[in-house]
Design a protein around this ligand. Structure first.
Ligand code: SAM
Ligand code: SF4
Length: 313
């Protein structure tokens, strides 16, 4: 399926819940009332929408949240996606309690895992996430790798909070064959209260690395220290470097489509759920309206009215 700018849309990110067992300082509002979380889609609603997107050419899907492991639908929807023939099935998770679920999820069709880890220091990790158990997250990373799942660590760098750990993360790539993605903090939700780290500053902190581009690929290039098996990549959403070849749309647990993470507009699918044919037409027409790019760099802010825990990142 193409959007109005001739971009191939083949990647669906599905948020399964707004709920989360963590309360990361830059993501979840302090004292967020869990009752305010509104997950409206049922499992059969999710299946109906995923099936339509599959018919329209989606061949990559990522389940996220909130915390996707808190959703009772995760396992079934991974299996459903696999049975539809979707090859690339991934989750983004905070990793808490993930290790004991990984074998089942892999059996159902899970191929790739992104695990968020913003600090390698146990005490600091707890301060950032509030409820995170550092050892559990590390166990999940080890287990995912042991099972042969493609595993990446997501680390959001924040000035004055964890920006002194860039080299520690780099050193981890010497010891482990792991991909670490430094994600630029976005001015969205609670993120507006913090200051991110400029990609140039990150690069200056890791001088002895070689850059490898991944031409022909939709994904970012990476940096590698000589002799290391692991790799570092920089995800710089603010500079808008991905917009030209953005291939993704996002489905929220409230049944809306976000055509751009940073756009205010959302497309409400719930009113068309009773007729799959009409729903499909509606999706096709909606995708044509996907914005060309966001303007976060110019405006310094995201136009999204939703927080990241409500969209899924
Ligand atoms: N709970 C899961 C997790 O933390 O991996 C999935 C949802 S979480 C919203 C997805 C990703 O968004 C995480 O890697 C998180 O660090 C990132 N994130 C949240 N708020 C952000 C912000 N303001 N800027 C950049 N990344 C953010
Ligand atoms: Fe939860 Fe993920 Fe947001 Fe942290 S980043 S509060 S784990 S949704």
């Amino acid at each position: 399926m193409k959007d109005g700018f001739d971009r191939e849309i083949d990647y669906l990110r599905v948020s399964l819940t707004e709920r989360c067992n963590f309360s990361c300082v830059y993501c979840m509002p302090n004292g967020q009332d869990k009752k305010q979380c509104r997950d409206l889609l049922t499992e059969s609603n999710y299946k109906q929408i995923i099936q339509i997107f599959r018919e329209l050419g989606i061949d990559k899907i990522r389940f996220t949240g909130g915390e996707p492991l808190l959703s009772p639908h995760l396992e079934n929807l991974i299996e459903f996606s696999k049975n539809l023939g979707i090859q690339d099935i991934a989750i983004t998770s905070n990793g808490q309690g993930l290790s004991k679920n990984l074998i089942r999820l892999k059996e159902k069709g899970l191929k790739r895992v992104n695990i968020s880890l913003d600090s390698l220091q146990e005490k600091r990790f707890k301060e950032i996430t509030k409820n995170g158990e550092f050892s559990e997250i590390m166990a999940s990373i080890v287990e995912a790798q042991k099972l042969g799942l493609k595993t990446k660590i997501n680390c959001v760098l924040i000035k004055g909070i964890n920006d002194d750990e860039i080299v520690d993360f780099l050193n981890l790539t010497e010891k482990c064959d792991i991909d670490i993605r430094f994600i630029e903090l976005m001015p969205i939700g609670e993120g507006v209260k913090y200051e991110g780290v400029n990609p140039d500053v990150v690069l200056r902190s890791i001088p002895d690395v070689e850059y490898f581009s991944q031409q022909g690929s939709n994904t970012e290039g990476y940096y590698q220290k000589k002799g290391s098996s692991g790799r570092i990549s920089l995800i710089n959403p603010i500079s808008c470097s991905f917009c030209d070849h953005c291939s993704r749309v996002r489905l929220t647990s409230r049944g809306t489509i976000k055509l751009c993470l940073h756009a205010k507009e959302e497309i409400d699918l719930t009113k068309y759920m009773t007729d799959s044919k009409i729903l499909k037409e509606y999706i096709i027409n909606s995708v044509l309206k996907k914005p060309e790019k966001h303007n976060m760099k110019e405006s310094g802010t995201s136009s999204s009215e939703k927080y990241m825990y409500q969209i899924g990142g």
